[in-house]
Design a protein around this ligand. Structure first.
Ligand code: ADP
Ligand code: MG
Length: 757
C-alpha cells in the first residue's frame, strides 16, 4: 500500500474538483486519476478529419469556424446560433464552392447549433480554431453537434505558448474519455492540477529496476507527467510504452504467481485402473482416436495420476472431438473412486452434454435404480444432470446423488456453483466453452473439493496465442489440431436478400433438392416466437457491432418460419419439425430422435443445435438472419453439417444491405473454415472491452493500454520477465511494489480467491 496513491483526491485537488471527478468519472483516489490515461492526442496545429468521427459517441475535435449566423426561433422565445466548422477538407470544399455565407453540405464540415448561444456567438468568430466536445449526429447527410462544449484554441488556453509558435503547433492535446458533462479539457485541467500537487517521486514503481534499465523506460514520475502533459509526440509515446509494458507485467505476474501457487498445491492422484470403465469404454469405441486425441489423452492420464493438480486448457477446432478426450479423463477419475463435474455455460448445452455423454457411454451409463441392475453386467457410472430449471424434486435428487457419491459424473450449469451443492469427492472439473466462464467461477467450483481438484478447460474457438497467454495464462495448453476422419469440406455462401430478394425462394428450392437426394436440412433462426429473445446464450446475445437499427428489425423466428414452410410449395410433403429450448423436454427428445432416425427431414431450430447434435446425414444448414449471431457461434453452427463424409453447405442469409458493418462478420465466416483465422477476425471486430470483459478475465479489471492482438511482443516479453521474477521469488517478497500492483489490479474479492487458489 502506498499512502500517496491511495490518498483521497480531495486532499490533492480540493473538495470541489474532487467532487466533480467522482460524480462524472467515478474516481476517488490519486492513483485512479493519475491512471486515467488519455485515449489519444490531437495535434494543436492540425484540424481533426471530420469524416472519421464516430457518430453518437462523445468525441473531442479541433475545427476551424467557417461561418456563424444567429436567428430567432419562431415557436418560442430565444435564438439559434448555427456555426459551421470544418477540417482541412472542408476548408478546401468551401474554396471550391466559393461562398462566404455557405449553408450547404460540404464534406469535412460540421454544423453546430447552440440554443441561446450568446457565448458561442461572441467567441466562435470566423477563422478561429477551437476544441469541441459532444456527440456527433447526422441529419439528412449533414453532420452536426448540438450545444457542445468548446474551448477557443487561439487564446492558448493551456498557457503553453512560451513564444515559439512552431513548437506550440506541434504540441499534443490529450483527449480523455470524456462524458457529456465533463469535456476532455476540463479533465485535463484537473489532472494538471493534480500533477502539481502530488508527490510523484514517492510513487512505487512495480517494474523491477533491471527490466526498466533494459527497456530504457522513463522514470515513473516522468512517465506520469508526460502521458498527461506531453510537449511532443515522442513524450507521450515513451510514457505510453512504459505504462503499457507495466500493465502487461502486472497481469502476467499475477498469472505466473497463480500458476506457481497452483503447482504447489496437493491434489489426490487419480491413477488409471486396470479393468475399469475407461478400458471398457475404449474397447467399445466405434472409431479410433485421432493421433492428437491419443497423445493428449496420455498427457491427461499422466497428470491426473499425479498428486499435484492438473490445470490444463484443451483447445480444438469445432468437431475435433474434445468431448471424448474430456470424457475419458472423467472416466479415469471415476475409476479411481472420484467424481467429475462438467460445467456448461447454458442449460441447453448442459442438457445436450448429458444426453450425448449418456448415449456415448451406452451400457456403461447407469441410470439410478436401473443402473443397479445393469451394473451386474459390468462396471458403470451414473451420469447426473443438475440445472437451475429442473423441477425441485429432480434437482434435490441430483444434489443428493452428487453429495452421496452415487453420481460419478455430474453435468450442469452455474447451478453447480451454488452454495447448497456439494460433492462426495470431486476429483476433476471440466469446463466447456471457457470463454464464458471466469477465474472466479472456476475457483468457486474448486472450493467444493476437499483437496484441489484437477481442472480441464475446453474451448472450441482456437485462441490467438496472446489471448491464451492473457486470459488463460494460468493454464497449460493442449491443442487438438486435426479433425477426425470422414469430415468433408463445408462450403459457405453469403445470401444477401437486400440485393437479391428472389433468393428467398431459391433457398427452399435448394433445401428441397437436398432432401430429394436423401439428405437432411437444418434451418436456424435467431428467435423462438415473434416476441421473445430466443435461445441466445449469454455472452453472445448481442453480437458485436449490433446497433440500434439492427435491434429494431424483426428477425426470423422458429414459429414463423415453420408456418411459412408449411405453405411453401417447394416444401410440400416434407416432414419438418421445430426445435427450441422452451419446448417440453420429452418433445425435444422425440424431435431429435426423429431427426436422427431420418424420419424428420428438415429441422427448424434455434441455436439449441449449436453443440452436441451429430447427424451425419445432414448436408445443408440455412442460417436465417445470420447477422444476429457472432462469428464463433456461426462457425460452431455450421460444424453440424459435413460430418458423415458428405460435403456440407451452409447458407448465411441476411437482409442487411451490402457494406453494413455487421455483414463483415458473415463475409469473414464465408471466407474461411479456419477457426483460428476466424477468432482473430472476431477479436478485430469486437470492441476491446469484450475480449477481456469481466466474465473472461475473471475480474472487473480491464486493460487500459494493452491490446491483446497488437501487442503480442510486449505481452510475450512481460510474460518471460514475470516468470523469471516469480521463479526466483514466488511470494514476491523482494518486489513489494509489484505485489501491491497485482493486488490492486485484481479487485479485492478476486485477490481473496487467488490467495485461496
Ligand atoms: P468438439 O471438439 O466440437 O466438442 P465433439 O467432441 O462434439 O467435438 O466431437 C464431434 C463428433 O466427432 C462427435 O460425434 C464425436 O463422437 C465424433 N468423434 C470424436 N472423435 C472421433 C474420432 N476419433 N473419429 C471419429 N469421430 C470422432
Ligand atoms: Mg464440444
Amino acid at each position: 500500500m502506498n499512502a500517496e496513491l491511495d490518498l483521497a483526491l480531495e486532499r490533492r485537488i480540493g473538495k470541489r474538483s474532487a467532487a466533480v471527478i467522482e460524480k462524472h468519472l467515478g474516481i476517488t483516489t490519486v492513483e485512479g486519476l493519475l491512471s486515467y490515461f488519455p485515449r489519444r492526442y490531437l495535434t494543436r496545429g492540425e484540424l481533426t478529419p471530420i469524416s472519421e468521427l464516430p457518430l453518437d459517441e462523445e468525441v473531442t475535435l479541433i475545427a476551424r469556424v467557417l461561418s456563424s449566423s444567429t436567428r430567432s426561433m419562431q415557436a418560442r422565445r430565444g435564438t439559434i446560433t448555427d456555426v459551421i466548422v470544418s477540417d482541412d477538407d472542408g476548408q478546401q470544399g468551401l474554396r471550391l464552392v466559393g461562398g462566404r455565407d455557405f449553408r450547404g453540405k460540404v464534406p469535412g464540415t460540421l454544423k453546430i447549433s447552440f440554443f441561446n448561444g450568446y457565448k458561442a456567438k461572441a467567441e466562435l468568430l470566423q477563422g478561429r480554431r477551437a476544441l469541441f466536445s459532444g456527440k456527433v449526429s447526422s441529419f439528412k447527410g449533414q453532420l452536426g453537434l448540438t450545444n457542445p462544449d468548446f474551448l477557443i484554441l487561439d487564446d492558448d488556453p493551456f498557457g503553453q505558448g512560451s513564444g515559439d509558435p512552431e513548437k506550440l503547433a506541434a504540441m499534443p492535446i490529450p483527449v480523455y474519455p470524456a462524458t457529456a458533462k465533463l469535456p476532455s479539457w476540463k479533465i485535463q485541467q484537473v489532472i494538471a492540477a493534480l500533477l502539481e500537487t502530488v508527490d510523484l517521486g514517492s510513487l512505487p514503481d512495480p517494474v523491477p529496476a533491471g527490466v526498466a534499465a533494459r527497456e530504457a523506460f522513463l522514470p515513473l514520475a516522468d512517465a506520469y507527467r508526460l502521458i498527461h502533459a506531453p510537449q511532443s509526440a515522442t513524450d507521450w509515446k515513451r510514457a505510453r510504452d512504459r505504462f503499457r509494458y507495466q500493465e502487461a507485467l502486472v497481469l502476467q505476474s499475477a498469472l505466473a504467481r497463480r500458476r506457481a501457487q497452483l503447482a504447489a498445491e496437493e491434489a489426490t492422484a487419480r491413477r488409471p485402473a486396470e479393468d475399469g470403465i475407461l478400458s471398457a469404454f475404449d474397447s467399445n469405441l466405434p472409431f479410433t482416436l485421432t493421433a492428437g486425441q491419443a497423445a493428449i489423452g496420455k498427457t491427461l492420464a499422466a497428470e491426473l495420476a499425479r498428486d499435484t493438480p492438473m490445470n490444463r486448457l484443451l483447445q480444438g477446432e469445432v468437431g475435433s472431438g474434445k468431448t471424448i478426450v474430456a470424457l475419458r479423463a472423467m472416466l479415469q477419475v471415476v475409476d479411481a473412486g472420484g467424481q467429475a463435474a462438467l460445467l456448461a455455460p447454458t442449460e441447453v448445452l448442459a442438457a445436450q452434454h448429458y444426453d450425448s455423454i449418456r448415449r456415448t457411454l451406452g451400457r456403461l451409463s447407469a441410470d439410478g435404480l436401473l443402473g443397479g441392475l445393469a451394473g451386474s453386467a459390468g462396471p458403470s457410472v451414473q451420469v447426473t444432470l443438475l440445472t437451475g430449471s429442473m423441477p425441485t424434486a429432480a434437482r434435490k435428487q441430483a444434489m443428493l446423488d452428487a453429495a452421496s457419491g452415487t453420481a460419478g459424473i455430474i453435468i450442469g450449469t452455474h447451478a453447480l456453483l451454488s452454495d447448497n451443492v456439494s460433492f462426495y469427492d470431486l476429483g476433476l472439473i471440466v469446463v466447456d466453452e471457457q470463454h464464458r466462464f471466469g477465474v472466479e467461477q472456476r475457483d468457486a467450483l474448486r472450493a467444493k473439493a476437499r483437496k484441489p481438484p484437477h481442472l480441464l478447460v475446453m474451448t472450441a474457438t482456437p485462441i490467438p496465442r496472446t489471448v491464451a497467454m492473457t486470459v488463460f495464462g494460468d493454464l497449460e495448453t493442449s491443442t487438438l489440431d486435426e479433425l477426425p476422419q470422414g469430415r468433408a469440406p463445408i462450403t459457405t455462401h453469403l445470401v444477401g436478400l437486400a440485393e437479391n430478394p428472389a433468393w428467398a425462394a431459391r433457398i427452399w428450392a435448394r433445401a428441397r433438392e437436398e432432401i430429394d437426394a436423401g439428405h437432411q436440412v437444418y434451418v436456424v433462426c435467431p428467435k423462438i416466437g415473434t416476441d421473445d429473445d430466443g435461445d441466445f446464450t449469454p455472452g453472445e446475445a448481442e453480437p458485436p457491432g449490433l446497433d440500434a437499427d439492427d435491434t429494431a428489425r424483426e428477425s426470423a423466428s422458429v414459429t414463423a418460419v415453420v408456418e411459412h414452410l408449411l405453405g411453401e410449395p417447394s416444401m410440400s410433403g416434407v416432414p419438418l419439425a421445430p426445435l427450441h429450448g422452451r419446448q417440453d423436454p420429452d418433445l425435444k427428445t422425440d424431435t431429435m430422435a426423429g431427426f436422427t432416425a431420418n424420419r424428420i427431414k428438415l429441422l427448424v431450430s434455434t441455436t439449441v443445435i449449436e453443440v452436441g447434435v451429430d447427424v451425419h446425414n445432414a448436408t445443408l444448414m440455412v442460417i436465417l438472419d445470420a447477422d444476429r449471431f457472432g462469428i464463433s457461434q456461426l462457425h460452431q453452427l455450421r460444424g453440424r453439417v459435413g460430418r458423415g463424409g458428405l460435403p456440407g453447405t451452409c447458407l448465411l442469409v441476411t437482409a442487411l444491405e451490402p457494406g453494413h458493418p455487421s455483414r463483415r462478420r458473415l463475409e469473414a465466416v464465408a471466407a474461411t473454415t479456419d477457426g483460428f483465422v476466424l477468432s482473430q477476425e472476431d477479436l478485430k471486430l469486437r470492441r476491446e472491452g469484450d475480449i477481456l470483459g469481466a466474465s473472461q478475465s475473471g475480474g472487473r479489471s480491464t486493460l487500459k493500454l494493452l491490446r491483446v492482438l497488437d501487442h503480442e511482443d510486449v505481452i510475450a516479453r512481460a510474460r518471460e520477465d514475470a516468470q523469471g521474477v516469480v521463479r526466483d521469488d514466488p511470494f514476491l517478497s523482494s518486489h513489494p511494489e509489484l505485489a501491491d500492483a497485482i493486488d490492486k489490479y485484481l479487485n479485492p474479492e478476486k485477490e481473496a480467491f487467488l490467495e485461496r487458489g
